[in-house]
Design a protein around this ligand. Structure first.
Ligand SMILES: Cc1cc2nc3c(=O)[nH]c(=O)nc-3n(C[C@H](O)[C@H](O)[C@H](O)COP(=O)(O)OP(=O)(O)OC[C@H]3O[C@@H](n4cnc5c(N)ncnc54)[C@H](O)[C@@H]3O)c2cc1C
Length: 404
């Protein structure tokens, strides 16, 4: 028996769930909407543990959702921050090639950026690169002037404010534990009582496959957690980085490689790496969950992925354990960096969807069933793209909801 009746429940108070809820409150203002978040505050996982970069959309395959929604989302995010007096800065970034092979890949990135409609992207020779980032190494660069930085935690809190202003409710400290479908309704059991809803949107990030299973559906992917560890550049050496300095990404892997990022709140981060985490919400190297590991190891796709990427995985582990390896990767970008310039900082855990065949899902992936929508793959640049993602999901939900 449900304690409360609502029309729509959004599960997850991260940036994707909150943006979806915000768009739903304006698309369907007369429907009762509830966001449930298991932590005591919103943005406690990926949305509050990221690099804070407003990506420009240069990396993604032309025509993909990532490419389209990132370019659109970056402009929308800047506009949103401006309108609501949230901190942001368009500081630009350089992508640095350190070899002839990487230099050729820069040209591919330039073409992608142009195909995706990213404006102002320009190849740089060594002198031009040093004019922008005087301490940068490398033989050639790509300048992406529209890249920016913000505080996505603050963006999430603003989304909450707008949801409540438009009549929606956000309940934190409320974990969804089970779901039961009945005729025309779904009963959502939570740590704070049961809710009956007509439609559910699952934006549970690192737990989204499990939330799908709770609903009686079979997720077509498994979430693999990849921890990204950061170092902080000591204050006296912050001058070595003016804005954002990135390596040329290896197209085989979904991560960008360790880089330097200026924070909107001040300071410079170095990282993140990408290490397989032994716990889905495990921010420390020693965090371990038997349940999470059993889920990972019993999934056939994991072993297929491991067979393909074991060398990359092992080197990321080694780099996680040996600071000198981390420093060496950063020295390729800024040769003056030394071990003593870096102090260990926090970390974030990425939710990456993996298929049974061992392939990593590259693009954003949503799945729709009769009265539910599931976000299965919304990794970076989903914070940047959160406004158009939320709008798109809300439109899909409104369309399906209308037919119930
Ligand atoms: C290290 C790192 C760096 C990144 N850098 C950038 C960047 O610079 N720019 C960018 O655009 N993107 C970046 N990203 C990606 C971006 O942060 C994520 O794509 C985005 O935050 C995903 O949002 P989300 O709402 O899907 O997930 P989350 O923020 O993880 O939210 C999911 C929420 O669901 C809740 N939840 C889970 N299970 C339940 C349950 N059973 N009941 C109730 N609630 C539940 C969780 O507590 C959580 O709050 C980065 C990510 C990481 C990890």
């Amino acid at each position: 028996m449900a304690d409360t009746n609502v029309d729509i429940v959004v599960i997850g108070g991260g940036i994707v769930g909150l943006s979806t809820a915000m768009h739903l409150t304006s698309l369907m203002p007369h429907q009762r909407l509830l966001v449930v978040e298991k932590e005591e505050a919103v943005a406690r996982h990926q949305s509050g543990h990221n690099s804070g970069v407003i990506h420009s959309g240069i990396y993604y395959k032309p025509g993909s959702l990532k490419a389209r929604l990132c370019v659109e989302g970056a402009a929308a995010m800047v506009q949103f921050c401006r309108e609501h007096s949230l901190p942001y800065q368009i500081c630009g970034k350089v992508i640095v090639a350190t070899s002839e092979a990487e230099s050729q890949r820069l040209e591919g990135l330039l073409q992608r950026g142009q195909a995706n409609g990213v404006s102002g992207v320009k190849l740089l020779d060594q002198t031009q690169l040093r004019d922008i980032e005087p301490h940068c190494g490398g033989v050639r660069g790509l300048h992406v002037p529209g890249t920016g930085i913000t505080d996505y935690g603050a963006v999430c809190r603003k989304y909450v404010e707008l949801i409540t202003k438009h009549g929606g409710q956000v309940r934190t400290g409320t974990a969804v534990t089970a779901m039961m479908a009945r005729a025309g309704e779904i009963v959502v059991e939570t740590s704070g009582g049961a809710f009956s809803a007509r439609y559910i949107v699952n934006c549970a990030g690192l737990q989204s496959d499990r939330v799908t299973s709770m609903s009686g559906q079979k997720p077509q992917v498994m979430i693999v957690p990849f921890r990204g560890e950061y170092y902080d550049l000591v204050r006296e050496r912050e001058h070595l980085v003016k804005a954002l300095i990135y390596p040329v990404p290896d197209p085989q892997f979904p991560f960008l490689g360790v880089h330097f990022t200026r924070r909107i709140s001040g300071g410079v981060d170095a990282g993140p790496n990408a290490v397989l985490a032994f716990k889905r919400e495990g921010y420390q190297r020693t965090d371990f969950s038997m349940r999470d590991m059993a889920t990972t190891l019993s999934y056939p796709g994991f072993w297929r992925m491991a067979a393909k990427f074991w060398r990359y995985g092992a080197s990321e582990f080694y780099r996680s354990l040996r600071k000198q390896q981390f420093v060496a990767a950063l020295q390729k970008l800024v040769p003056e960096i030394t071990d003593s310039d870096l102090v260990a900082d926090g970390s974030g855990v990425r939710a990456q969807a993996l298929r049974r065949d061992g392939s990593l899902v590259d693009d954003f992936q949503f799945a729709e069933t009769a009265n539910m929508l599931h976000m299965w793959n919304v990794p970076s640049p989903a914070a940047t793209a959160s406004l158009p993602i939320g709008r798109m999901i809300a439109q899909m939900a409104a369309k399906s909801f209308g037919s119930y």
